[in-house]
Design a protein around this ligand. Structure first.
Ligand code: GLN
Length: 187
C-alpha cells in the first residue's frame, strides 16, 4: 500500500495503515509507483502536490496505474487531485479525473478554515465518524456512478466510485481507523 509523500500529511496515513497490518510505502518516485497495488493520496496543498507530481515524474506513471484501475483513497487535497473537475483551483493545477466528481477548493471559507463534525457514514458500523476539516473542499457535482457516503450541509464529503474513495476531511488525524480499514478491505 503506497502513500503519496511529495508534500502533506503522509506520515499519519502510513501509521494508520501500519496499525491495520498493511505495509505502507512512501511514494516519491516513478519507481515507487511500480511497486504498489493501491495508493493513499493525502491532504496538503493540491497546487503544490500537482506541481511536484510533474517535477518528480510521478504524474504519468500514476495516471497510467489509475486508468488501469488501481484503488486509491484521496483525502482533502487528495480528493481534489483525484477529481474530474476542480472549482476555484489554480490555472496550472491538474487532477487525475479518477472519480467523476466536481469539487470546490476551500469551500468552507477562510473564516472557518478548520472545523470538526461527527458524520453519519453509510454502511459504516460503530456509530458516527469524527471528522477534522482543514481548509477543506466540498463535492458540488456527483457523477452517475458515484456513491455519496457522507455529507454535511454544504454538500457531500465522502464518496466512492469503484476502487476510488475520496473524503474532504483528514481521517489520519483521529484514532478511528474505520475509513482506512474500509479502503483496505476493498483492495
Ligand atoms: N485547501 C487545500 C488545497 O486546496 C486542501 C487542504 C487540505 O488538504 N487540508 O489543496
Amino acid at each position: 500500500m503506497g502513500v503519496l509523500a511529495l508534500q502533506g500529511a503522509a506520515a499519519r496515513h502510513a501509521d494508520a495503515l501500519t496499525a491495520l497490518g498493511a505495509e505502507a510505502v512512501l511514494v516519491r518516485t516513478p519507481e515507487d509507483i511500480a511497486s504498489i497495488d493501491a495508493l493513499v493520496v493525502p491532504g496538503g496543498e493540491s497546487t503544490t502536490i500537482s506541481h511536484l507530481l510533474d517535477t518528480s515524474g510521478v504524474r504519468a506513471p500514476l495516471a497510467e496505474r489509475l486508468e488501469g484501475g488501481m484503488p486509491a483513497f484521496g483525502t482533502c487535497a487528495g480528493m481534489i487531485l483525484l477529481a474530474t473537475d476542480v472549482l476555484d483551483g489554480r490555472d496550472d493545477q491538474r487532477s487525475f479525473g479518477a472519480i467523476d466528481i466536481g469539487v470546490r477548493r476551500n469551500a468552507f471559507g477562510r473564516q472557518r478554515d478548520s472545523f470538526e463534525a461527527d458524520l453519519e457514514v453509510a454502511g459504516l458500523e460503530g456509530g458516527p465518524l469524527h471528522a477534522v476539516f482543514i481548509r477543506a473542499p466540498v463535492v458540488d457535482r456527483v457523477g452517475g456512478d458515484v456513491e455519496v457516503l457522507a455529507e454535511v450541509e454544504a454538500g457531500p464529503v465522502l464518496c466512492r466510485s469503484g476502487a476510488i474513495m475520496v473524503c474532504s476531511f483528514h481521517p489520519e488525524l483521529v484514532n478511528d481507523r474505520r475509513l482506512h480499514a474500509t479502503f483496505l478491505e476493498g483492495v
